[in-house]
Design a protein around this ligand. Structure first.
Ligand code: AVJ
Length: 317
């Protein structure tokens, strides 16, 4: 399906006309990309998921208590970028066990991931009330503004790391805006650590992360009628311990031209020119405090895993 007017086409046109060329990691998550990310989460090098999982296993009851409203009435647990919901299920079980009446509202950009999540919840937690939304964050934020009742918003997995610092603050302010004083926000932050470990998490030996990055080009070939030759591209990533940024790139290994039918445009790539496709920022606890304060939020409670690799931070206005 080639749709000139699509949001993706618009984004690619802008991103590839820029210097340096750039595409958003948001477009990684077609159904294949979501499946590749499921594989990434199982890789020996990719520690963030296991670290956050251990926080949920260790502190599930305390997290549930910190997120539950004090008063009765409608309560929604909204999760942005829910994915397979594996960590969240631990929390959902705690809330159900505590007899909390609530709706779980997962938001994810991948239709396939959402179908899988809803189906698994129906089987594993049949008593749970689920109100799924397939959308990007922007649409979810709009939905949040009009949702009545008290809420806790989950933004796990260090998804916040994908934002450039200026966009990050803007996003957090938008997230904070619809929150009443009793509402809570739970954000997962990957912490700064041994730079070699961080870099390896984004450049695994099996090449799954490379396939995940390159899948973006496959997607453009399929959805925009592009003719990227995948044999002429490679995955590259680096970690800068000065600013905590992991950056991922697609590297053009040859001088080449790429035609994108949907844009009726041909793009030139020099040999070794890159497309910047992802940021995955790593944080310090001090930075998290500062970020919260700048966004008009206060840290209610924070949880880290035993190794100190990851932090889940409960915030409120
Ligand atoms: C899903 C955004 C948290 O940045 O660590 C994993 C995505 N990219 N390997 C991350 C990702 C490459 C992941 N997030």
């Amino acid at each position: 399906m080639i749709n000139v007017a699509s949001e993706l086409a618009q984004h690619v046109a802008e991103g590839l006309r820029r210097t340096p060329k750039t595409l958003s990691s948001m477009y990684f998550y077609d159904d294949i990309g979501s499946q590749l990310f499921q594989q990434i989460m199982k890789l020996p090098e990719y520690y963030p998921t296991r670290a956050e999982f251990s926080i949920f296993r260790e502190h599930g009851a305390a997290l549930a208590a910190a997120l539950s409203p004090q008063a009765g009435g409608a309560f929604a647990l909204v999760e942005l970028g829910a994915g397979d919901g594996a960590k969240t299920k631990l929390l959902l079980r705690e809330l159900l066990r505590a007899g909390t009446a609530f709706t779980y509202a997962p938001v994810d950009i991948s239709e396939g991931a959402m179908t899988g999540l809803v189906e698994s919840l129906r089987q594993e937690l049949p008593a749970l009330h689920v109100a799924p939304l397939v959308s990007d964050y922007a649409t979810a934020l709009t939905e949040l503004r009009t949702r009545p009742g008290s809420k806790a918003v989950l933004f796990l997995g260090s998804n916040i790391g994908n934002f450039h610092p200026t966009d990050r603050l803007d996003f957090l302010r938008k997230l904070a805006f619809p929150l009443a004083p009793a509402d809570r926000l739970l954000i997962g932050f990957d912490l700064q650590k041994d730079p070699r470990r961080i870099r390896a998490a984004y450049d695994d030996a099996q090449g799954i992360t490379a396939a995940f990055n390159l899948n973006l080009l496959t997607r453009l070939n399929r959805e925009l009628g592009a003719d990227f030759d995948l044999a002429k591209w490679q995955h590259y990533t680096d970690y800068n311990p000065l600013n905590g940024a992991v950056r991922s790139y697609l590297v053009s290994t040859h001088a080449q031209q790429v035609r994108i039918e949907a844009l009726d445009e041909t793009f030139e790539f020099a040999a070794w020119e890159v497309i910047h496709t992802e940021n995955s920022y790593k944080f310090t606890l001090r930075q998290i405090e500062e970020l919260a304060a700048e966004a008009g939020l206060r840290v209610v409670e924070s949880f880290t895993d035993a190794a100190g690799d990851f932090a889940d931070v409960v915030l409120a206005t």
